[in-house]
Structure formats: C-alpha cells, structure tokens
Design a protein around this ligand. Structure first.
Ligand code: ADP
Ligand code: MG
Length: 272
C-alpha cells in the first residue's frame, strides 16, 4: 500500500491548552478524521470528562459505559474500551464518561499515577497485529493542567496547542509551556511542543491577524500555515455525531482541517 505519512511506528500527540473553548476537541476529532480519510489508522483518546470528542465520533459514552476512567483507575485494558467511529473507517476512539471527573482525585493515591495512560497505551499499541498498527494517536485533554493532562503529557511525544485567534489568546500560554518543561524535566524527557494550530481565525478582523502574527513570531515554523476559520459547519457537526470532515466535506472548515492534517504529515517527513 502507498505510504501516506512520513514516519514509522506510532506518532502520539497530546492536544492541550488549559483554556476551555479554544478548539482542542474540535481540532482533535477533525484532524483525526482527516488523517483517517488519508488512509492512516488513528486512535483518539478522550481524556475530558465532558466526553465531547466521544460525542463527535459517535462513540457511546453515557455513564456506565466502560471507558478511559476504567483504564486509568481499574487497569482495564485499553483494547476493551476502544470502538470504531461509525462514520470514518480506520478512526478509533476510547470514550470518556462523566466518571472521569472523579479520576483527578482518585488517581492521587495510586501507584504510578502519572504513567497510567502511557502504560495502557504501550500495551495496546504493541499488541496490535502486524499490518494493523496504529499510525497516530491524538489525546484530547480537559481544560486544566491536573493529573489527567499530566497522564496525557507522559503518554505522548508531541504536544499540539490550539490557539484561538482572540483577545487574551496568549494569556496562560506561558503557564502551559512551563508545565510542559516540568514534564520534560521530571516525567517525559522526549516531550516537545511540535505543532501550533490557529483556530477560529476571522480573516476580516485585525485582531485575528495580530494574534496570528504574534503566535507565528514566537513559535516560528511550528505554527501550521493552515489556520482554521470560524465556521458554523464546524460547530454544527458534533450535534450530528460527526466531524465536519464527513458532515460537510467541501466546507471551508473541513478543507482547512484537511490542509492542517496534510501539513502535519509533511512536517514529519522533513524532520525525520
Ligand atoms: P475546547 O475543547 O478547547 O474546550 P471546543 O473544540 O469544544 O474547545 O470548541 C469550543 C466551542 O467552539 C464548541 O462549541 C465548538 O463547536 C466551537 N468551535 C470550535 N472551533 C470552531 C470553529 N473553527 N468555528 C466555529 N466554532 C468552533
Ligand atoms: Mg474539549
């Protein structure tokens, strides 16, 4: 089969920003869907108790469903909770139920509390049959820097930060970068902020352009050239249990995520 990406093994990215509403979940599921449509086998791990990524992928996550909570707290194998999204072949998801809200506290006294997702993922990834390996894992984080996000940072190699092109967008970013640094020093030396994605970009406003320019100046080539526009189709898709990639494939929102995903595949080819 034709190679559609430039790396070997599994690439693992955590999508993080402790601010809510910046497009973490939207970017996670749409990049995942775009990658799966490009032929990659993709796993989305939903680490947010709200379960919005699970909803967008039509993966059941009502209370009582076995999900990431059971993986982290009770050591249930990830394999037992992973489901395929009905709309996109090759797109898998591990659901989050509302129980996960309690995990922030319940993890505290547990052995290896920061490494529980990593261990579960290691077992899952290495047990995949030959030819059936996962190419990409995207972990959707809650809007906090607690133990759930720490687990995501420890499990990943890369951090993708979505930045909303709005006033105050850069506020809190230094705290996020500082936390990544602490994780590098103490828990996961390999972690790097590899990708920045501008979201809710409005080409008509000076503010969006200003924020984008500042972010590009600070982060340089790590900022994807594709910026995600503000789009009603993007925000409508989850209520249909879909990503915009299948809900309205020719919309500007869908095309921008397809472009972002294509860039993420290329970037790796260059640096590999
Ligand atoms: P987070 O996961 O960071 O909290 P979400 O991805 O859930 O953020 O996005 C917050 C809200 O903004 C959601 O209602 C989502 O549908 C909407 N949204 C996200 N990206 C866009 C966009 N590009 N255009 C319009 N609405 C968007
Ligand atoms: Mg979210």
């Amino acid at each position: 089969t034709a190679r559609t990406h430039g790396w070997t093994g599994t690439r693992i990215l955590t999508v993080a920003n402790q601010k809510g509403g910046v497009g973490k979940t939207t970017s996670t599921v749409n990049i995942a869907a775009a990658m799966a449509e490009a032929g990659l086998r993709v796993l989305v791990v939903d680490m947010d108790p709200q379960g919005n990524a699970s909803t967008a992928l039509s993966i059941p996550h009502q209370s009582g469903t076995t999900g990431i909570y059971d993986v982290l707290i009770d050591g249930v194998p990830l394999e037992e909770v992973v489901r395929e999204s009905p709309h996109v072949p090759g797109l898998l998801g591990a659901p989050a139920t509302i129980d996960l809200a309690g995990a922030e506290i319940e993890l505290v006294p547990l052995v290896a509390r920061e490494h529980r997702l990593r261990r579960a993922l290691d077992v899952y990834l290495s047990s995949r049959a030959e030819g059936d390996e996962i190419d990409l894992v995207l972990i959707d984080c809650p809007p906090s820097l607690g133990l759930l996000t720490v687990n995501a940072f420890v499990a990943a190699r890369e951090v993708l930060i979505p930045i909303q092109c709005e006033y105050y967008a850069l506020e809190g970013l230094s705290q996020l970068l500082k936390n990544v640094e602490l994780i590098q020093q103490h828990l996961n030396a390999e972690l790097e902020v590899s990708t920045i994605l501008l979201t809710m970009y409005d080409a008509r406003t000076r503010l969006s352009a200003d924020v984008a320019a500042q972010v590009r100046e600070y982060f340089g080539p790590r900022v994807l050239r594709a910026a995600i526009p503000r789009s009603v189709r993007i925000s409508e898709a989850p209520s249909h249990g879909e990503t915009v990639i299948t809900y309205d494939p020719t919309s500007t929102g869908a095309l921008s995520y397809v472009e972002a995903a294509a860039e993420m595949r290329q970037l790796q080819e260059v640096s590999a």
